[in-house]
Design a protein around this ligand. Sequence first.
Ligand code: GTP
Ligand code: MG
Length: 196
Amino acid sequence: MIIKQSKYAVSAVKESQYPQDDLPEIALAGRSNVGKSSLINTFLGRKNLARTSSQPGKTQTLNFYLANEAFYLVDVPGYGFAKVSQKKREQFGEMIQDYLETRADLCGLILLIDARHQPTKDDISMYNYALLLNLPILVVCTKMDKLKKNEVQQVQSRLGKYLDLNHDNVTVLTFSSVTKLHLAELGDWIEDKVSE
Ligand code: GTP
Ligand code: MG
């Protein structure tokens, strides 16, 4: 998929603020700091369109990015960040659930998991919750550039011990925003979902 054009569209915390133009959307979810905003930038070929940070908790609203005037990527606040207050966490949870469960334009969910570690409890809950949404799911194992050669082969099998990946609607991809590993495959998956 060739990205000819991209722009930041809008940030939202509730439905009335979501885009109104009925274009297809792909949401990105995952633990704070896992690389959601970085993946958006890499995919769109933009350096700093989605703001990234080495400090977790950077993204605090649903941020909509419009690609090729044709579809949106939606950056969702990360979960599992200890320094966010309980109250904030509940508000985040509600905002994210509202969006994922009611948004008719949503046609796929990308769930990012840090390839260096085994999935956290939150990752496992998020994945199991995602299965209930009845959406195509792309599990992206991020930061592959940080793995040693002998670890690379083990990522998918280790993941399979924690997540039941055997579903027709689930695809798994290893990825790196630094080396752009599997960027083309990511594009193929997104193209397929937004054009259905
Ligand atoms: P929140 O907005 O807090 O939920 O985080 P996020 O998931 O959007 O993470 P973000 O993209 O801001 O990346 C967090 C940190 O990880 C930044 O320092 C990035 O540079 C780094 N990072 C992201 N992807 C990769 C990757 O593929 N490889 C390496 N080495 N670093 C990465
Ligand atoms: Mg972010």
